[in-house]
Ligand binder design. Sequence first.
Ligand code: C2E
Ligand code: CA
Ligand code: CA
Length: 263
Amino acid sequence: GRNAICFFDPLMQADMLRRVHLERGLRRAVHDGGLTLHFQPQVGPDGDILGYEALLRWPHPEQGPIGPGVFIPIAEQSRLIIPLGRWLLQAAARQLAAWARDPATRALTLSVNISSVQFRHDDLVAAVREALETTGAPAERLKLEVTESLLMEEPDQVCATMERLRALGVHFSLDDFGTGFSSLAYLQRLPLDELKIDQSFVQSLEQAPAADAIVGSIIGLARSLSLHVIAEGVETETQRTRLAAHGCHRYQGYLFGAPAPLA
Ligand code: C2E
Ligand code: CA
Ligand code: CA
């Protein structure tokens, strides 16, 4: 097809078998509580912890830990992302409720990643409401991270769902900002609270003047729209200094802490 010839390669079959195998294992993990969450700190200007991002981990019994970059796409293609996403919201809300009981942790926020497949194919409003109600978690401490790919299809419907979630009290962060199909028009339509500068820009800050200019512009844009801005993938002091010079005062990255189990 498409003026191209493709030869069968035994690797293709091996790859497919691997996927089938992984999907089966993932299904079991989702239903038997075999997935765990790691938490990565999000810090303010003085390095004070403002909250955490929850990142999924799959400690596979035979293959060792499998990263979300591998299993989230499988979960999305097999619709396992729906029960997985519901489990994630419950776990996140439970954690927020626990933090709320202790004055030392009461103000912490928790960010969770929402897949665009989950957003479109689950009743996300019902799932979030249920998680909040069954745990008593404070809605305003929950941040949902969405990506620009969400807006590719049915932006009106997405916008309406986000408005309904906003009405519950939760906040939104636009993840991987600048890498996708950003249309600036969405920035004024969507009920966003935060832009998250993609780590590819942060990591090019030192070498590429263009990255520095882009980061500066994103921060200026966020400011003028009264949005918070957080930089992810901050690994060096130099990056932090550049970001601060541009007016970015929230950071996440190995410089402050890698994702780790809560304990
Ligand atoms: P993301 O949301 O952009 O998450 C940031 C990724 O950058 C994480 O990878 C994190 O471990 C990594 N990271 C954090 N700080 C640094 C740093 O300083 N340097 C570098 N090089 N990397 C850093 P991770 O945990 O492997 O997650 C990969 C992606 O998988 C996430 O990208 C997110 O899109 C997805 N994901 C993770 N957890 C979930 C989840 O619970 N639900 C959904 N739908 N997707 C998830
Ligand atoms: Ca994220
Ligand atoms: Ca990101």
